[in-house]
Design a protein around this ligand. Structure first.
Ligand SMILES: [Mn+2]
Length: 341
């Protein structure tokens, strides 16, 4: 950490054109960590831009300076122009630049320095000049808290920076219910509260900010959910028509998978939907069953042991059929954790 921080400081002293990017379908940690880094660099007299592949959910719009984030999907030419002038590219909350979706292809010819700050399993270290990787932290936002402390930048922390980081930690831990077994998570969170975060307020702004449509879509999805008790599995699949009929907005399907996992005795949950013409799947698990391995092996994805994502080349129906056909192979593993019966 120490030598990495020194190297980062050196890079940031030597260069002025900085770009921060994160993964497609940005979540609270992607938006929070990218914004916090941008704002902190600004406090230190450095300008960095934040570019995302596409829009983040509306319930993060209250975050200070979130309106300065720019999108490849909306300004492709401006993105290319800026990338051509960028000296240091910083990827946050992604294990590989391929996680930026349609942005990824533009990085192949990028000749500047590349920095990674991430907490996912198996980062593509060879893609970067400098790698901050820690799979034991709750979130990239937490990792950024540790980096700020190591660099002594935490003394410049103000409420907007703290709120962005708190949002990342809160959302990546499901409001402190998973990936948060280390006291370090609470120590940095305590400091964020000292710096002006009001947890009640942030929680309400993120979670009690649903459109009526999102809650009705959730109702529809739960009604359609299939539960396979023999395999301790529950899943939901929504096709394009169903999403459109329910006027689904960016982020509306976020978290639906957790309701399937919350059923007593269920160990594995999956949510299938269509995004940008492709089948996307969210996986969640309880205990020792690794959805990271499952998604890597069968659905071109990965993530964490208990939360992962993937995609499928084919129709929604074929994706669901493949998923169901794989379950018998995993029956022993799905039976293993007695405590969650
Ligand atoms: Mn994350």
């Amino acid at each position: 950490m120490k030598s990495n921080c020194k190297a980062l400081e050196k890079l940031l002293t030597a260069h002025t054109r900085l770009m921060i990017v994160s993964h497609e379908n940005p979540d609270g940690d992607a938006v929070g960590s990218a914004l916090a880094l941008k704002l902190m660099l600004h406090r230190l007299g450095k300008e960095a831009s934040v570019w995302l592949p596409g829009r983040f959910p509306a319930y993060y719009r209250w975050l200070s300076s979130s309106d300065t984030i720019r999108y490849l999907s909306e300004q492709p030419e401006a993105f290319l122009k800026e990338l051509a002038e960028t000296e240091v590219l910083i990827g946050v909350d992604l294990s590989s630049l391929s996680r930026t979706g349609k942005m990824a292809i533009h990085f192949t010819g990028f000749t500047g320095k590349r920095v990674l700050i991430d907490h996912h399993i198996d980062p593509e270290e060879s893609e970067f000049n400098l790698v901050f990787s820690d799979v034991t932290v709750s979130s990239t936002s937490e990792l950024i808290c540790h980096i700020f402390e190591a660099l002594g930048w935490d003394k410049h922390m103000d409420r907007p920076v703290a709120e962005a980081l708190y949002t990342g930690i809160m959302t990546d831990t499901g409001s402190f219910s998973f990936n948060c077994n280390s006291p370090k998570t609470y120590e940095v969170t305590g400091k964020l509260i000292h710096n002006g975060v009001v947890p009640d307020r942030v929680h309400k702004l993120v979670y009690d900010n649903n459109t009526e449509g999102r809650i009705r879509l959730l109702g529809y999805a739960l009604h359609k959910m299939q539960v396979l008790h023999d395999f301790r599995t529950a899943f939901i699949a929504l096709d394009k028509d169903e999403l459109e009929k329910n006027r689904s907005q960016v982020g509306d399907t976020e978290g639906i998978v957790n309701f399937a996992l919350s059923i007593k005795g269920i160990i594995l949950a999956a949510f299938f939907s269509i995004r940008d013409g492709e089948v996307k799947i969210s996986f969640r698990s309880k205990g020792t069953f690794s959805v990271n391995e499952f998604a890597r092996r069968h659905f071109n994805g990965g993530g964490h042991r208990n939360a992962a994502g993937g995609s499928f080349n084919g129709s929604l129906k074929q994706a669901v059929e493949l998923f169901e056909s794989l379950l018998p192979e995993y029956k022993t593993e799905l039976e293993r954790d007695e405590i969650y019966r």
